[in-house]
Design a protein around this ligand. Structure first.
Ligand code: BES
Ligand code: MN
Ligand code: ZN
Length: 498
């Protein structure tokens, strides 16, 4: 979908489908009123018929409205005279874009930026439109031999109508940002939706190399087993031992700031399939463990968007990638391994493998002399129990960084929620035989997992996002969500002063 920005009276525009808001109790938005006057009161008459109530999420398609549009799509936007909540605005945009996708229109004009949203400006509304359009039209059918054309949207070009020339300038920049973010999310979703037999650690590494080839601002370095061996990454390598696919450590560097500017380092769990290892997972829904590389896919998506927007800061992406399978050479419960940091780990459950690959990547991150390190991981089922699909779990050793990420989540609509990282929880990791165990018992699983990581991040400012509940949807409409690309991009945009 291509986006452009226009200003001027709505009734003077021509389009295959004009999209305007209508309120409850038969009230029209300014754009709907202007269009209504131009088409002899058709919209008013339609509302009187009560075919659309005007509630947020409602929509109604009208045909042959006046000369300027073959179609008008009415979109419910709640009570008149009240600013919408950010969540309601996202709901009505999704409803509008979904309805638009179902029409035969090749192009459309959206007059929804005029609606007032509490504590949100024009740039936000425009960016949300572009990002949500990306979600609505997203499809993963590259592995189907026959593509379902009915599912494919006709609409190719969308114009966003704004008030005047000044607003047009603001909206253009917001479109640019929205497009980069939504393209990053698409990359994240595509990689995540690929099955484990295609998206292996080597495949992920190749994709990172391809990104660097396509974008001169990115540099890719791939470490293989021998190189990791030399670095002493005994924890990461122990997970990979049970697999026939060799592990990779993927590093992507972007330099948009000054050479001496300390980078933001993003570390993403890239477990391309997690069967649990010898502590084998139950069969039900095990296919979803192909999504255990969503943290890594998020890092690739963010790196692409950062490079595309040429943000004036330095960012490094690090993705430890491996499979976790049962095998004669696999980790066994009770095994003790030595991490790159020198700390030893008693592996009591081989299914707690994410922290094992992350801890070595987090130690490796030190060499970039980071301003901050943020890791992103589908780390614990406990996080899905605690927060469901609505918020990512957030923990860290610096409240300033945690607050900045919470704020970025609020602003982008891709929210996170903080959990405590108290020393009392850390005690649960005690082992009689090694420096620590890799599990902390059945209580507070998300927190003890973060406590484990905290033992490897003492020398820098660090935060951890547990995206086990937010990175993909289960059941009907199963698929990757592209989260938390919007949250991280919001954080980086803010950091870069944009
Ligand atoms: N990748 C899983 C976490 C996960 C589970 C994400 C279900 C989404 C849905 C992780 O490697 C794992 O298996 N964690 C264990 C940890 C436990 C053994 C302490 C878990 O959550 O069960
Ligand atoms: Mn696991
Ligand atoms: Zn896992």
């Amino acid at each position: 979908m291509e986006f452009s920005v226009k200003h001027g009276p709505v009734e003077k525009q021509r389009s295959a489908c004009i999209v305007v808001g209508v309120h409850e109790k038969h009230k029209l938005s300014p754009a709907a009123a202007a269009l209504d006057a131009a088409c002899g009161g058709l919209i008013t008459r339609t509302l009187k018929g009560d075919d659309i109530k005007g509630k947020v999420g409602d929509s109604l398609l009208l045909h042959h409205v006046g000369d300027q549009a073959e179609r008008v799509l009415l979109v419910g936007c709640g009570k008149a005279g009240e600013a919408l909540s950010a969540a309601d605005y996202r709901t009505l945009l999704t409803a509008a874009l979904t309805a638009l996708k179902g029409t035969g229109a090749r192009d459309a004009l959206l007059a929804l930026a005029e609606l007032e949203v509490k504590e949100r400006d024009l740039a936000w509304k425009v960016r949300q439109t572009v990002e949500l359009a990306g979600n609505v039209i997203y499809q993963f059918d590259q592995l189907k031999s026959k593509k379902d054309d009915k599912e494919r949207p006709h609409v190719k070009k969308v114009s966003l109508l704004v008030a005047d020339a000044a607003a047009e300038k603001v909206a253009r920049e917001a479109v640019r940002q929205g497009q980069a973010i939504q393209a990053g999310m698409k990359l994240t979703k595509d990689l995540a939706n690929l099955p484990g037999n295609i998206c292996t650690p080597r495949y992920l590494a190749e994709q990172a190399e391809q990104l660097a080839k396509d974008n001169k601002k990115l540099k890719a370095t791939i470490l293989d087993e021998q190189e990791m061996e030399k670095l002493g990454m005994g924890a990461l390598l122990s997970v990979a031992k049970g697999s026939r696919q060799p592990p990779r450590l993927i590093v992507l560097e972007y330099q948009g700031g000054k050479k001496k500017d300390k980078p933001v380092v993003l570390v993403g769990k890239g477990l391309t399939f997690d069967a649990g290892g010898i502590s084998l997972k139950p069969a039900a829904a095990m296919d979803e463990m192909k999504y255990d590389m969503c943290g890594g896919a998020t890092v690739l998506g963010v790196m692409q968007a950062v490079a595309e927007l040429e943000l004036p800061l330095n960012v490094v992406g690090v993705v430890p990638s491996s499979e976790n399978l049962p095998d004669g050479a696999a980790n066994k419960p009770g095994d003790i391994v030595t991490s790159m940091s020198g700390q030893t780990i008693e592996i009591l459950n081989t299914d707690a493998e994410g922290r094992l690959i992350l801890c070595d990547a987090l130690t490796y991150a030190k060499r970039f002399d980071p301003a901050v390190v943020i890791d992103i991981a589908t780390l614990t089922g406990a996080c899905v129990v605690a927060l469901g699909a609505h918020a990512s779990g957030l923990l860290g050793n610096d409240q300033g960084l945690v607050d900045a990420l919470l704020a970025a989540g609020q602003a982008s609509g891709d929210r996170a929620w903080q959990m405590p990282l108290w020393p009392e929880y850390d005690e649960q990791l005690k082992s009689p035989f090694a420096d620590m165990a890799n599990i902390g018992g059945k209580e507070a699983g998300t927190i003890t997992a973060a406590c484990f990581l905290a033992r490897y991040t003492k020398e820098y400012t660090w935060a951890h996002l547990d995206i086990a509940g937010t990175a993909w949807k289960s059941g009907n409409g199963k698929g990757a969500t592209g989260r938390p690309v919007p949250l991280l991009m919001q954080y980086l945009l803010h950091r870069s002063g944009a």
